[in-house]
Design a binder for this molecule. Structure first.
Ligand code: SF4
Length: 478
C-alpha cells in the first residue's frame, strides 16, 4: 500500500544534530522519537492482517479514551491506557525491554489508516481529532523533558524565549493591574506567542497579554504543543477527506467501511464464556442491566416476547449453556405454558439460535451495538438496551432499584444517556455497582463495555478478585 521515502531518516538526522553526540545512534533510526506529529505518511508495504489489526487496536484505544474521559477519569487513571491495550509506545529509556521501532511503526501506520477512515464526514473528523489529541497529550505528558525538547526541536517547533533582560523590561512595561490580572511572575521562563494560539490559557488568565502577544510560562508549554498538534491534524484531516472522495481502491475501501461500521466494537470471538459450569439463575447478579431487566420480567411473568427471547437466549449461549441446559432453563421459566405448546412454539426457536434448526446457522450472542441499534423494541416489547430505551425517570427508578443511591451517580449516568453514550453509561453503572468508581482505585476498568457477555465476565472476575483480597486480608489479620 505504501512506497518508501527517506524523509523520516532526514528528520532523524536533523534531530540527532540538535541533540548532540549522545543521540548519534539515532541517526539511522526511522522513528527517533516515541512522540509523533504524523506529518509524513508511511510509505511501506503492509499486509492486510496488519492493516486491520493496527486499525482496530488504535480504535480500541481511542474508544477507551473516549469512555474514560466521559466517565471523568483522572489523568492518572488514563496515563497508560495505550500501553494497557494493544498500542504500547515506550520511551527511549525502555529500549532494552521493548521493541521501540515496532511499537512506533504500528503507532504511525495505525494513525494514518484511521485518519483516512475517519476523514469522510465532519462528525467523524471531529471525533478522531478530539481523541487523537487526547492520546497525544497523555503521551507528551508522560515523556521525559529531554525527549520532549528533542522532539519539538526535530519538528522545528520553537517559540521565542524571553531573556532575563526582556523579562525585566516587561516588568517595567506592564502596569501593576495587568500583572495582577494573571497568575504568573516575571521570574518564570516565558515564551512569546500570538495570543489567539492559546485561547485556553487566555481564558484561565495563565498568560500576560500585550499588543496581540501572549507571554506564556514554560509550565504551560503543553497548551502550545497541543495547539500545534490540533492545527496540523485538523488540516491533514481536511486534506485526507479530499483524497477519500477520489479513493477507489477495491481492497482498501471495504476495510475502511468496516472500521467505521463496527467502530472498533466487534472484533468478535467465539470464546465468550470464562465461566465453568454456568447456571443462569446463580449468575443473575452479574448480568448487565439489559439482561437483568429481561431476567426479572421472565421471573415475574413467566414469559418473554420473541426478540427478548432471542436476546436473552443468545446471551445464555454466550455464558456457556448447552442447548439442553438452555431448553431446561426456558422450560422451567415458562412455567405457565404446557409442555406441548412449549415444544411447538418455543423449543424450535431456542434450538434455532444454537444452529440446530432451519438454516443451521450458529448465531453469536448479540453485542451492545446490535442490541442498541438493530433491534429497537416496539410498544409492549422490553428487549434492547435500557440505557437507550428507558425514559429518564424510568431509568432513574431502575438505577435506584439496582442499588445506585448516590444522586451524583444517577445524574452522571442520565447525562451520559442523554448524550447518547449508552455503553459508557453502562460502564459507569458497572463501576458504581461494583465499587470501582473511586478515582484512587487501582482496579478501574479502562475500556468501555462492548458486549453483555463481556460485562458478565468482568463482573465475575471482579467478584473473584474481591474474594481473593478478602481472604488475603483475613490471613494477614489472623
Ligand atoms: S450497554 Fe450493552 S451490556 Fe450494557 S445494558 Fe446496554 S446492551 Fe446491555
Amino acid at each position: 500500500m505504501f512506497s518508501s521515502t527517506d524523509t523520516n531518516n532526514k528528520r532523524a538526522l536533523a534531530s540527532s544534530n540538535i541533540r548532540g553526540d549522545r543521540y548519534e545512534v539515532k541517526r539511522h533510526q526511522k522513528y527517533p522519537h516515541a512522540l509523533n506529529f504524523y506529518s509524513v505518511p508511511p510509505t511501506e508495504e503492509i499486509t492486510i492482517d496488519e492493516f486491520e489489526g493496527f486499525a482496530f487496536d488504535r480504535l480500541q484505544v481511542l474508544k477507551a479514551l473516549e469512555g474514560a474521559i466521559l466517565r471523568n477519569k483522572s489523568e492518572e487513571d488514563i496515563k497508560d491506557i495505550d500501553k494497557k491495550l494493544s498500542l504500547p509506545l515506550h520511551s527511549d529509556d525502555a529500549a532494552k525491554a521493548y521493541p521501540l521501532e515496532e511499537e512506533r511503526r504500528k503507532d504511525h501506520i495505525s494513525h494514518f489508516i484511521l485518519r483516512l477512515a475517519y476523514s469522510r464526514t465532519v462528525d467523524l473528523r471531529n471525533w478522531f481529532l478530539k481523541y487523537e489529541c487526547a492520546l497525544f497529550k497523555l503521551r507528551f505528558i508522560r515523556e521525559n523533558k529531554e525527549e520532549r525538547l528533542a522532539f519539538l526541536n526535530n519538528e522545528n517547533i520553537r517559540w521565542k524565549n524571553l531573556s532575563q533582560a526582556e523579562r525585566e523590561l516587561m516588568r517595567e512595561k506592564f502596569t501593576k493591574e495587568e500583572s495582577n490580572a494573571c497568575s504568573i511572575t516575571y521570574d518564570d521562563e516565558l515564551f512569546e506567542i500570538d495570543f489567539e494560539k492559546v485561547p485556553d490559557l487566555v481564558a484561565k488568565r495563565a498568560v500576560y497579554i500585550k499588543e496581540g502577544k501572549a507571554y506564556v510560562p514554560t509550565t504551560e508549554q503543553i497548551s502550545l504543543v497541543m495547539y500545534e498538534f490540533r492545527q496540523r491534524l485538523a488540516k491533514a484531516l481536511e486534506l485526507a477527506s479530499k483524497s477519500f472522495i477520489t479513493l477507489r481502491n477495491e481492497r482498501i475501501m471495504p476495510m475502511l467501511d468496516e472500521i467505521i461500521k463496527y467502530d472498533g466494537r466487534t472484533q468478535t470471538t467465539n470464546n465468550y464464556s470464562l465461566i465453568d459450569n454456568p447456571n443462569a439463575d446463580n449468575l443473575a447478579e452479574h448480568f448487565p442491566l439489559c439482561m437483568q431487566h429481561l431476567y426479572q420480567n421472565l421471573c415475574e411473568k413467566h414469559h418473554l416476547k420473541h426478540f427478548a427471547r432471542i436476546q436473552f437466549n443468545l446471551f445464555l449461549k454466550g455464558i456457556g449453556l448447552t442447548v439442553e441446559e438452555a431448553l431446561a432453563f426456558w422450560r422451567k421459566s415458562f412455567s405457565e405454558i404446557d409442555e406441548a405448546k412449549f415444544l411447538k412454539d418455543y423449543a424450535y426457536n431456542i434450538r434455532h439460535n444454537y444452529g440446530l434448526e432451519g438454516k443451521r446457522q450458529d448465531y453469536k450472542p448479540l453485542n451492545c451495538m446490535s442490541i442498541i441499534s438493530s433491534y429497537r423494541p416496539n410498544s409492549g416489547e422490553i428487549h434492547g438496551c435500557p440505557f437507550r430505551e428507558f425514559s429518564q425517570s424510568n431509568l432513574s427508578a431502575k438505577l435506584v432499584q439496582m442499588g445506585v443511591r448516590d444522586e451524583e451517580h444517577i445524574k452522571e449516568i442520565l447525562n451520559l444517556t442523554e448524550g447518547e453514550h449508552y455503553q459508557i453509561a453502562c460502564t459507569k453503572y458497572f463501576e458504581i455497582t461494583r465499587g470501582l468508581s473511586d478515582k484512587n482505585n487501582d482496579n478501574v476498568i479502562i475500556g468501555t463495555i462492548e458486549h453483555p457477555n463481556e460485562y458478565l465476565n468482568a463482573s465475575v472476575s471482579n467478584e473473584k478478585n474481591r474474594m481473593k483480597m478478602n481472604n488475603k486480608d483475613k490471613m494477614v489479620n489472623k
